[in-house]
Write a protein that binds this ligand. Structure first.
Ligand SMILES: C[S@@+](CC[C@H](N)C(=O)[O-])C[C@H]1O[C@@H](n2cnc3c(N)ncnc32)[C@H](O)[C@@H]1O
Length: 301
């Protein structure tokens, strides 16, 4: 039982009290202690070389090329849970507010938000992806940059979001979170999603589920998986105030679980149907695929 703290007064709509997460850091609702992120490995591809940065860029360029190309569809953005979490907060900012998309991938969010009146800079480490995006979407702004060290001026953005990218550095999240804090103006908003260390992966981590196939041969670091308290802690340690950290993509996580339990190479129609049936009866903590934090760089007093 988590001891209840003093009852907070009703916060103003634009304040982020972070109270929930001071409690979370003491008692992790996901069942593990903070700061013990779990690592996932992936197959070592010799062609990617040994430099981590080059390898990540080569990996994602290859993934995009083999799964529909380097250009995303901006119209698909509004169906994503990340959009649903971010848009109500973003649209409350004045039109023209400057936004950063860190690890923009196929650029859908950058284009959609720019067209909605929030000029967004999409940055990615993949030169190939950025070159394609620049020629496909001349009305949006894209640049090659490393989110750990962008070179942009202090406090140049009103909001910063990054989906599924902060977790890809073996060194951990410190540098990327510190850089996010530097880039945001006081009061600026941060939205971050990372993989969730759900119950399924916790079981796998301790029992080594026999039905899960590990990559054959040599591997290299792929990503960290975090609990909600770990993500909150990683942000708070660099000065962010936390509004919420929520589990997202439960059904997708279930699909991946069923797929791997059956030893399938892809998510088939029956797998989707099974996940759809199970999703309402299983809590998100069991199989949620990602977590999404909403945080703020505190405004100056
Ligand atoms: C999981 S994908 C997410 C893409 C996109 N945000 C989305 O939600 O569809 C991770 C992306 O981060 C990019 N990335 C990885 N490391 C990066 C870094 N250090 N700086 C900038 N982008 C990086 C990859 O090239 C890839 O496009």
């Amino acid at each position: 039982m988590i001891p209840a703290g003093p009852e907070p007064s009703e916060p103003a709509a634009d304040t982020l009290p972070g109270r929930e997460f001071f409690v979370l850091v003491e008692v992790d609702p996901d069942g593990r202690m903070p700061q013990q992120m779990r690592r996932d490995a992936r197959k070592y591809e010799q062609s990617e070389g040994d430099d981590e940065r080059d390898a990540i860029a080569a990996q994602w360029t290859r993934i995009w090329m083999t799964t529909g190309g380097l250009i995303g569809d901006p119209a698909a953005v509004t169906t994503r849970p990340e959009f649903k979490a971010m848009w109500p907060r973003l649209r409350a900012l004045p039109k023209g507010s400057r936004v950063l998309d860190g690890g923009c991938g196929r650029g859908e969010f950058t284009v959609w938000l720019t067209r909605a009146g929030y000029p967004t800079l999409g940055i990615d480490i993949s030169h190939a992806a950025i070159a394609e995006l620049q020629s496909a979407y001349p009305d949006a702004e894209f640049a090659v940059a490393d989110i750990r060290e962008t070179g942009f001026a202090d406090q140049s953005f009103d909001a910063y979001f990054s989906w599924g990218t902060f977790e890809h550095f073996e060194e951990g999240l410190d540098r990327v979170v510190r850089e996010a804090h530097r880039l945001l103006r006081p009061g600026g908003l941060l939205f971050v999603s990372t993989p969730f260390d759900n119950l399924r992966s916790a079981i796998h981590g301790t029992l080594r589920e026999p039905w899960i196939r590990e990559p054959n041969g040599p591997t290299r670091f792929y990503q960290w998986r975090l609990t909600r308290a770990e993500l909150a802690t990683a942000l708070m340690q660099h000065g962010f105030e936390i509004d919420s950290v929520k589990i997202i993509l439960k059904r997708h996580g279930l699909q991946r679980w069923i797929q791997s339990a059956l030893g399938l190479d892809e998510i088939t129609t029956p797998v989707k149907a099974a996940a759809r049936a199970l999703s309402p009866v299983l809590p998100a903590v069991v199989a949620g695929h990602m977590i999404l934090a909403v945080a703020r760089r505190p405004a100056k007093l």
